[in-house]
Design a protein. Structure first.
Length: 118
């Protein structure tokens, strides 16, 4: 089982990035996929999640209306579109997954660094 995150980088305030998370090694139909982030010196926080059916998305208040999570079932890939980035979005972004019937995310990717300069 592997979650491979990519797409991070350095952008200026107001710039945009799209993160990708490729999931492999199992059938993901019964899983919810999520993005978390961890800023320097802070705890990891939830950003957004989606089901593979695409019938349920959840966003943290800090990104609601700004970030968009989506998925491409054919590519087993989950995306996080991040327009209008702000310096406070700077963090390592991780993708994760959990069974729909559980609450704990038990599969994690390696993280991709997003740095937003002011």
């Amino acid at each position: 089982v592997q979650l491979q995150a990519s797409g991070g980088g350095l952008v200026q305030d107001g710039g945009s990035l799209r993160l990708s998370c490729v999931a492999s090694g199992r059938t993901w139909r019964d899983y919810r996929m999520a993005w978390f982030r961890q800023a320097p010196g802070q705890e990891r926080e939830f950003v957004a999640s989606i089901t593979w059916a695409g019938d349920s998305t959840i966003y943290a208040d800090s990104v609601k209306g700004r970030f968009t999570i989506s998925r491409d079932n054919a590519k087993n890939t989950v995306y996080l579109q991040m327009p209008d980035l702000k310096p406070e979005d700077t963090a390592v972004y991780y993708c994760a997954s959990r069974l729909l019937t559980t609450t704990n995310y038990d599969y994690w990717g390696q993280g991709t660094l997003v740095t937003v300069s002011s």
